[in-house]
Design a protein around this ligand. Structure first.
Ligand SMILES: C[S@@+](CC[C@H](N)C(=O)[O-])C[C@H]1O[C@@H](n2cnc3c(N)ncnc32)[C@H](O)[C@@H]1O
Length: 164
């Protein structure tokens, strides 16, 4: 199955929405501590629309603990607007791990560039610099939707059917 990994997520509603997306993709959701909320938080529950029970959720104490859980064959991709590869140009495999950063500041460069780093193009930023820093990236749960569905589309034999 595909693996969606959230590095230190801060906003409960994003994690809830992502849990719902993962349930629909039959993707595993990995959460790397610390988080900015409790898993049982009602904002997580509300945004997940109770799909949280259907999502396969794995918590890791740290990024090192997450890495220690990987098998030698696991392929990891990191997601950032600093990534050199366009997300549509990547050939995903069904057991890949897609790692997304936290809402305020992504993830440290040591993690980001340890693995191949992938970006989603943002044509709006080409209009020129904006003072508002929030305009420089997409919402975390939107990114998981975009890349998660592209990866799922590629690895699913019958896209209208189930993931393997
Ligand atoms: C709100 S963004 C974090 C923004 C933060 N300013 C940064 O420097 O990374 C949260 C996460 O969404 C993902 N993300 C946002 N925009 C992206 C893009 N254009 N391409 C790939 N991932 C993106 C990344 O995983 C990022 O760590």
């Amino acid at each position: 199955v595909l693996n969606i990994v959230l590095y230190q997520p801060e906003i409960p509603q994003n994690t809830g929405a992502i849990a719902r997306t993962c349930a629909m993709l039959t993707a595993r959701l990995h959460l790397i501590r610390p988080f900015g909320f409790q898993i049982g938080d009602k904002r997580v529950r509300r945004a997940s629309m109770d799909y949280l029970e259907d999502a396969e959720l794995i918590e890791h104490a740290s990024f090192e603990a997450f890495e220690a859980s990987l098998s030698g064959e696991s392929r990891v991709w990191t997601l950032s607007d600093k990534g050199s590869q366009n997300y549509t140009q990547v050939e995903y495999s069904k057991d890949d791990y897609l790692v997304f950063g936290r809402e305020s500041d992504g993830m440290p460069d040591e993690i980001l560039f340890k693995y191949p780093c992938v970006h989603i193009p943002m044509p709006g930023t080409e209009k020129g610099p904006r003072d508002d820093h929030r305009f420089h990236s997409l919402n975390l749960s939107v990114c998981v939707g975009i890349v998660g569905f592209e990866a799922a589309r590629q690895v699913t034999k019958n896209w209208s059917g189930n993931l393997e």
